[in-house]
Design a binder for this molecule. Structure first.
Ligand SMILES: Cc1cc2nc3c(=O)[nH]c(=O)nc-3n(C[C@H](O)[C@H](O)[C@H](O)COP(=O)(O)OP(=O)(O)OC[C@H]3O[C@@H](n4cnc5c(N)ncnc54)[C@H](O)[C@@H]3O)c2cc1C
Ligand code: FES
Length: 506
């Protein structure tokens, strides 16, 4: 499939052919207009069409062209920020609801695959969490106790994870986790939505999103969708300027895929306890397996040393899995980390009652996206859902206030970029494929020289709230260090919260 934006492609992009959809050509009417054809948007669309609602899905790229095409697709209820921490902020009841919702999400994916006969290699596997220094077995013991209090009583401590080539030491085993091919799953969902009468449109960028009595979504090329309900499932909401973006922070995370002989490593999900942590799984590819290892996260737009990060990931992997061969895939993507760990799914704060959002995926956006489908369908259909409060986007978790404050001090620090020098003094310093920030008088310009040598110039000021973007040399994108907006090298926005391109300059 075509990559929506970025130069480094995932194993899923190399091995899936998602069905392309037409561009919206005329004004239309529907019950529910969903913006975003990733896991959150398509799951919501699927569940709503099953209930007889008419649904339109708009995406400005292809199906799965956002972060769902860049995931590693661990489907897990082993909460990656740890149940010990969730319990501190949300109490034991919150922790139980969190565990139950992720378990239900995995079950829902399995049910949909079965009902719709989606061939996406869905597979139940065990998950293993092991401690690496400076963390110790004590951390695992505390997490095991918190996990049991959260209701996952089948989780147990084992002597080591089932990896022959290195001794992980004691590990927690989480039974009945899962993995799948995320784009094959989205392809299946797309077909099922269409079969049930849903309409999907690609290359259709939503600009104005207006709830209320005459709810409507306007698109950049003209056609308007009128509807009763709007769901903004754009990974990070493009219709919300501040309320949500001060409560979550964007992080880039890196992945390598290394060739290993088929079935030479036990198929399971593996995670260590480091911060950032490593996450590991296997995937069949051609005549062998690919060991997929992720980690090396950093705040978006606040580091440009991606080659070093891929190299460190490879070194870490080769030391522990000496049997790996060629590194066949290298990719990266962005996750949104909510300050109090849980996704924001529900009514958009400070908006009309018929506008819903799903964001704050963290490293568990596949289950969070599926939870969004279940929860939003209930809310739209006027049903109660017991997860409503823990995922409520308007929630105020006082105990998370320090975390919010820390993230926002970091954001405030990014405005210092206005007064610093540029990365380069002249475009002559740029080789083909490179981008850099250049100062011109009081302005900062994002300059990119494409592979043919042509120079593209855009304002470096992010249209969301005005931070200066930074060049990401591995993805060939402009990344905003404040709230994670991403732009192609030529300046086209493809990840919010900004919803317009980098400004034109002379
Ligand atoms: C490297 C990596 C590894 C990960 N590993 C895991 C994992 O193992 N397990 C897990 O659960 N999660 C993981 N995640 C997180 C998970 O993949 C994501 O959180 C999830 O896929 C996000 O889904 P989404 O539907 O919210 O957003 P997306 O998939 O990004 O979909 C949003 C869509 O909205 C569209 N869009 C945006 N703005 C507009 C607009 N204005 N108009 C029209 N369309 C628009 C985009 O084109 C995009 O297609 C990982 C993420 C990354 C990057
Ligand atoms: S994403 Fe908020 S200022 Fe750029």
């Amino acid at each position: 499939m075509r990559d929506d934006s970025q130069a480094n492609n995932s194993i899923w992009m190399a091995t899936a052919d998602t069905p392309s959809q037409p561009r919206l050509q005329e004004n239309i009417r529907t019950d529910v207009c969903i913006i975003g054809a990733g896991i959150a948007g398509l799951t919501t669309a699927y569940l709503l069409v099953q209930e007889g609602r008419s649904v339109v899905v708009l995406d400005d790229g292809p199906i799965g062209g956002g972060m769902t095409g860049r995931t590693t697709a661990h489907l897990t209820n082993a909460f990656d920020d740890r149940f010990v921490e969730v319990e501190k902020l949300h109490g034991e009841t919150g922790s139980r609801l969190t565990a139950a919702s992720h378990t239900a999400a995995i079950d829902k994916v399995e049910e949909i695959c079965r009902n719709e006969q989606i061939d996406c290699e869905f597979e139940r596997v065990d998950g293993f969490l092991f401690a690496l220094p400076p963390d110790t077995e004590k951390l695992l013991d505390e997490e095991l106790a918190a996990t049991h209090r959260a209701g996952l009583v089948e989780v147990e401590k084992v002597a080591r994870a089932p990896i022959d080539s290195f001794d992980t030491g004691p590990a927690l085993r989480f039974p009945r986790q899962a993995q799948f091919h995320p784009l094959a799953y989205l392809s299946g969902l797309t077909r099922a939505i269409r079969r049930a009468g849903g309409r999907l449109f690609n290359q259709t960028h939503a600009t104005t999103i207006e709830g209320g009595e005459n709810a409507r979504v306007e698109t950049s090329h003209g056609p308007v969708v009128s509807c009763d309900v709007i769901v903004v499932a754009t990974n990070t909401p493009v219709n919300d300027r501040v309320a949500i973006h001060t409560k979550q922070a964007p992080y880039v995370t890196y992945v390598i895929g290394a060739a290993v002989p088929k079935d030479s490593i036990t198929r399971a999900l593996y995670w260590d306890t480091l911060d950032p942590y490593h996450y590991i799984r296997l995937q069949s590819y051609k005549d062998h397996d690919v060991l997929i290892v992720g980690g090396e996260d950093h705040k978006t737009g606040q580091a440009n040393d991606c080659l070093d990060r891929f190299a460190r990931l490879e070194k870490w992997t080769r030391e522990r899995f000496p049997q790996i061969g060629e590194i066949e895939f290298r990719w990266s993507g962005q996750v949104m980390e909510p300050a109090d760990y849980l996704a924001f799914i529900g009514r958009n704060p400070l908006d009309s009652d018929n506008v819903f959002i799903a964001t704050g995926d963290s490293g568990q956006g596949i289950t969070h996206g599926t939870i969004a489908g279940i929860l939003l369908t209930d809310l739209i259909q006027g049903r109660k859902n017991r997860w409503e409060d823990i995922y409520n986007p308007s929630r105020v978790t006082l105990r998370a206030a320090m975390e919010y404050a820390g993230e926002n001090i970091n954001v405030a620090g990014q405005f210092a970029d206005y007064v610093t020098a540029g990365d380069i003094r002249s475009v002559d310093e740029l080789k083909p494929g490179q981008g850099a920030i250049m100062r011109e008088g009081i302005s900062k310009i994002a300059v990119y020289r494409d592979d043919s040598g042509m120079v593209h110039r855009r304002s470096a000021v992010c249209p969301h709230l005005g931070c200066v973007v930074a060049w990401n040399s591995c993805e060939r994108t402009w990344d905003c260090p404040c709230h994670g907006s991403k732009y192609t090298a030529e300046g086209r926005v493809y990840n919010g919260p900004a919803n317009s391109d980098l400004g034109k300059v002379d």
